[in-house]
Design a protein around this ligand. Structure first.
Ligand SMILES: [Ca+2]
Ligand SMILES: [Ca+2]
Length: 219
């Protein structure tokens, strides 16, 4: 599976003697491993440089810069933004390098496979990394997503969203959602992956993104 549509041409060996950002990788290699074309990776590099050289100018993306860039609201901490950051930070060293940036962002490409998006979303919701999505985790995420949007819902309404999701998703009724149940749920409710696609990524070479992640809550 996986709709890797990039050509498998061997990576070119061009290494200009220009100082690169830390974690710089050959665009051809990154394009071969992700949903992006070489041109898109090069456009992402420009974006990366802009982001990584704002505020803390060390060529790396820190959590605050990430939040500012990808999310409308930079106020305080946001569980959803922080989760996404942690998942982008593949090396788990608190900063995002160029390679991590491109590989992770690839999941949000409209051309990335459903199964890739489904897996990413599962990990996103499995806050404690137990391998299951528990009710409290889903509730926390729903609240975080609401915090990002302008919607405000009563606690009862939030509970209802969580309960409805579990009624549908937890097919073996053990009170938690396993990866298989999640996969089935997402198939029946494609809207739950709405957050997993950023349409402008497809067009990043022409339209410099306003880099806003639209938070919407599945219903
Ligand atoms: Ca869990
Ligand atoms: Ca279950």
């Amino acid at each position: 599976m996986g709709g890797a549509s990039s050509s498998s041409s061997s990576p070119s060996k061009r290494r200009p003697k220009v100082k690169r950002a830390p974690g710089y990788e050959d665009p051809a290699v990154l394009a071969a491993q992700t949903s992006f074309t070489v041109n898109e990776v090069e456009a992402l590099y420009e974006l990366y440089k802009t982001l990584s050289l704002s505020a803390i100018k060390d060529g790396l993306i820190h959590k605050e810069q990430f939040r500012l860039a990808l999310f409308r609201n930079s106020r305080g901490s946001n569980l959803f933004a922080d989760r996404v950051f942690d998942m982008f930070d593949l090396k788990r060293n608190g900063v995002i390098e160029f390679g991590e940036f491109v590989r992770s962002l690839s999941t949000f490409h409209p051309k990335a496979s459903e199964s890739e998006k489904t897996k990413f979303a599962f990990k996103l919701y499995d806050l404690r990394g137990t391998g299951y999505i528990e009710k409290e985790e889903l509730k926390e995420m729903v609240l975080a997503l609401l915090g990002e949007s302008d919607l405000s819902l009563s606690d009862t309404a939030v509970e209802e969203i969580v309960d409805n999701t579990f009624n549908q998703a937890d097919s073996n009724g053990d009170g938690r959602i396993d990866p298989k149940e999640w996969e089935e749920f997402v198939k029946k409710n494609p809207a739950s992956l709405r957050n997993m696609s950023l349409p402008y990524l497809q067009d990043i070479t022409t339209a410099f993104p306003s880099f806003v992640m639209h938070s919407e809550v599945e219903d």
